[in-house]
Design a protein around this ligand. Structure first.
Ligand code: ATP
Length: 238
C-alpha cells in the first residue's frame, strides 16, 4: 500500500470549551476518493476545519506529504496544495465566473499554472466557459456549485476537499457533478468528500470513514461500509 498523502492522527479539537473531536485518525491515499460520513453534528466539518487549519488542533497531528503541518495556517496549507471547496459555496456574487476563477488561483503555486488550469477547468465544465462573463450571483444552485469546485481546481490542489457537494441540488445535477468528480479522480486527483448523499458518495469513493459523536464509528472500503447494517440503518434509510 502506498503512503497516505494526508494523515490525521488522533485529532482532538473543538470550539472554545466545546470539545467536538475525541481522537480521530484518517488517512487519505493519493489518487483515491475518500468519503467522510456521519449524521448532522457528528463533527465532519469540524474535522475538515482542524485538518485545514481554520481551527486549532488541541492534540494529535496533521501530516501532509509526510510532513507535520499541524500548526500551519489555512493559507499555508492551501499554498502547499490542500484545498477546500467550502459548504455553502462562498462565491463572490457580483463577480463574473472568470473573476471568481481568478481568485481561486491565489497562491504562488497556482499562479504560474493559471492559463493551463483555466483551460482544464473549462474542459470539465464547458458550461462555465460559455458563461465566463456572467456574474456568479445570477447562477442556479447547481451552476454555483460547479463554479465552487472549478475555483478549487484553480488552486492547483494536491488534495481537493469538498464539503457537502450535493447540498440543495436536484438529484440530476448531483449526479452530473459526481460524474465530474469521477473524471477528476480518473485523471489522478486525490479527493475527500464530506457528503450527506451516501448512495452516490459511497458508490464513487474508494474508502470511507464513519464519524459518530466526534469519534470514528467505523472505516473501510466504501463497498463494505455501504453494506454495513448500522450505516444503512442510520444514514441510508434502509
Ligand atoms: P453537518 O452535517 O450538520 O454540517 P457535521 O458533522 O459537519 O454536521 P459539525 O458542523 O462539525 O458537524 O458540528 C459538530 C458540533 O460542533 C456540533 O455540536 C456543532 O453545534 C458544533 N459547532 C460547529 N461549528 C461551531 C462553531 N463555529 N462554534 C461552536 N460550535 C460549533
Amino acid at each position: 500500500m502506498s503512503e497516505a498523502l494526508l494523515e490525521l492522527e488522533d485529532v482532538v479539537s473543538g470550539y472554545d470549551e466545546l470539545q467536538v473531536l475525541w481522537g480521530v485518525s484518517v488517512a487519505v491515499m493519493p489518487k483515491r476518493l475518500t468519503t467522510l460520513v456521519g449524521a448532522n453534528g457528528a463533527g465532519k466539518t469540524t474535522l475538515l476545519r482542524a485538518a485545514l487549519g481554520s481551527i486549532r488542533v488541541w492534540s494529535g497531528r496533521v501530516r501532509f506529504e509526510g510532513e507535520d503541518v499541524t500548526r500551519l495556517s489555512a493559507y499555508q496549507k492551501a499554498a502547499r496544495g490542500l484545498v477546500l471547496v467550502p459548504e455553502g459555496r462562498q462565491l463572490f456574487n457580483d463577480m463574473t465566473v472568470e473573476e471568481n476563477l481568478e481568485l481561486g488561483a491565489y497562491t504562488a503555486r497556482a499562479r504560474p499554472d493559471y492559463a493551463a488550469n483555466l483551460e482544464r477547468v473549462f474542459t470539465y465544465f464547458p458550461r462555465l466557459k460559455e458563461r465566463r462573463k456572467q456574474k456568479a450571483g445570477t447562477f442556479s444552485g447547481g451552476e454555483q456549485q460547479m463554479l465552487a469546485v472549478a475555483r478549487g481546481l484553480m488552486a492547483s490542489p494536491k488534495v481537493l476537499i469538498i464539503d457537502e457537494l450535493s447540498l440543495g441540488l436536484s438529484p440530476l445535477l448531483t449526479q452530473q457533478l459526481f460524474g465530474t468528480l469521477a473524471d477528476l479522480k480518473n485523471d489522478g486527483l486525490t479527493l475527500v468528500l464530506v457528503e450527506q448523499n451516501l448512495h452516490l458518495a459511497l458508490a464513487l469513493s474508494d474508502y470511507a470513514y464513519v464519524l459518530a459523536e466526534g469519534r470514528l464509528h467505523s472505516e473501510g472500503p466504501s463497498r463494505e461500509v455501504a453494506n454495513d447494517p448500522d450505516v444503512r440503518k442510520a444514514y441510508m434509510g434502509m
